[in-house]
Design a protein around this ligand. Structure first.
Ligand code: AMP
Ligand code: GLY
Length: 419
């Protein structure tokens, strides 16, 4: 079988790494891939989705897997399906769960799925009146995609009003902020919960915890994620059961009922407050770096998982997970997340092993080797029988990785070690 993976990050690298173990998978293509994905296949440079679908036809691609949200919200799945191509991911309509916070919150309300109390509006007066009924902190969110920056947690009512004003005027986020969601602050612990969905059925994956801030002790600016671990002991079987029944099932059922059956990866950002789980947000794709750990833990065919999901056959599949913990530590370039950094040669003096490997993300290939190309450069993934061992394996490997300006957090999975 030939597989096409859309995307260029560590997430897509880790999916290919898992697929490569599958004897069914013959050739893997990446659009566009990164400097290291050619370890597993061939990078192709086709940006137009219609032309990409033509490429898939010509190269007998059996399955296309979409990594990031942008192609999904831009309708790549609809285009591929209209040409009878098999693709794993949500339609443009279903991808609105991530693409529009207004759509998401109204969906949650309509289907009685627990979430923070909110209003959505484009009217500053309504925002102001609602804020006057709340107590700080208050959360203000731009409607559209803002690369993870569209959420302001305001410590005072005045700050919340100011943030909403700047969004509504277009000053903060352009058109993405022309509508806002204002909501109550939920104070609990966060989980990243992933369900592979086929429109009707779903398979829940072990829950992960991400580390969004740049620096140790959750200090510094927000990032795409500086590390994650999975499964987390905070997600007990009882809590996962509740999340499945109270959040994921009504989401999958509600999307189907509304005529937007959800196929693909449903990523629920869950806040657990006093043992009750609430949806903070949905994403419609794997988290990065959460995907890198989950892929390393799956002990069944990843090809079958995505293939059956794209063919509405998940009810016929069960998958196994290794009885291990995985932790991923992101190494980022010098000026991340503020600006891009000059390319820096990467040296790695320890080979990938069964219990520690690298998933490459922001890298380019030159004649003399791989170069860090800005942003999140790579993820060191450690596996172990417990968190301590997994952590040791991830950090030991990272000690053998160097590039100018490399920065990483030293406290990934602290939540679980404090427990
Ligand atoms: P989002 O993009 O909606 O996930 O928001 C980004 C981050 O902001 C989340 O991962 C949470 O840490 C935080 N956040 C968002 N909404 C809330 C809320 N209602 N209460 C507390 N924290 C929130
Ligand atoms: N790591 C969080 C995300 O991918 O959105």
């Amino acid at each position: 079988m030939n597989v096409l993976i859309i995307g260029s990050g560590g997430r897509e690298y880790s999916i290919a790494r898992a697929l490569k173990n599958d004897l069914k998978v013959k050739n893997i293509f990446f659009a566009p891939g990164n400097g290291a994905t050619e370890n597993f296949g061939k990078n192709i440079d086709i940006k137009d989705y219609n032309l990409l679908a033509d490429f898939a036809k010509q190269n007998a691609i059996e399955l296309t897997i979409v990594g990031p949200e942008d192609p999904l919200t831009n309708g790549v799945v609809d285009i591929f399906k209209s040409k009878n191509l098999n693709i794993f991911g949500p339609s443009k309509n279903a991808a609105q769960l991530e693409g529009s916070k207004v759509f998401m919150k109204n969906f949650l309300k309509k289907h009685n799925i627990p979430t923070a109390k909110f209003i959505e509006t484009d009217d500053l007066k309504k925002v102001s009146d609602f804020i006057d009924t709340m107590s700080a902190p208050i959360v203000v969110k731009a409607d559209g995609l803002c690369a993870g920056k569209g959420v302001i947690i305001a410590q005072t009512k005045e700050e919340a009003k100011e943030a909403a004003k700047n969004m509504l005027s277009g000053e903060s986020f352009g058109d993405a902020g022309k509508k806002v969601v204002v909501e109550e602050y939920l104070d609990g612990f966060e989980l990243s919960v992933f369900a592979i969905c086929d429109g009707e059925n779903y398979i829940l994956l072990p829950a992960a915890q991400d580390h969004k801030r740049l620096l140790d002790n959750d200090k510094g600016p927000n990032t795409g994620g500086m590390g994650a671990y999975c499964p987390t002991p905070l997600a007990t079987d009882e809590l996962m059961q509740k999340i499945s029944q109270d959040l994921i099932k009504p989401t999958v059922d509600g999307m189907k009922k509304d005529g937007n059956p959800f196929e693909g990866v449903l990523f629920a950002g869950v806040m657990v407050v006093k043992n009750i789980p609430y949806i903070l947000e949905y994403n419609v794709r794997f988290g990065d770096p959460e995907c890198e750990e989950i892929m390393a833990l799956i002990d069944s065919s990843v090809f079958d998982l995505f293939d059956k999901a794209s063919k509405k056959q998940l009810d016929k599949l069960s998958i196994k997970f290794k009885n291990k913990v995985a932790i991923g530590v992101v190494a980022a370039s010098k000026d991340y997340p503020y600006k891009s950094s000059a390319p820096a040669l990467i040296t790695v003096s320890q080979k990938d092993s069964e219990n520690a490997h690298i998933s490459y993300a922001g890298v380019t290939k030159k004649d003399d080797g791989l170069y860090a190309n800005g942003g999140r450069v790579l993820v060191s993934v450690g596996l172990g029988s417990d968190i301590k061992e997994a952590r040791k394996n991830a950090y030991e490997l990272l000690k053998n990785v160097r590039f100018d300006g490399m920065q990483y957090r030293g406290d990934i999975a602290y939540q679980a070690l404090e427990k």
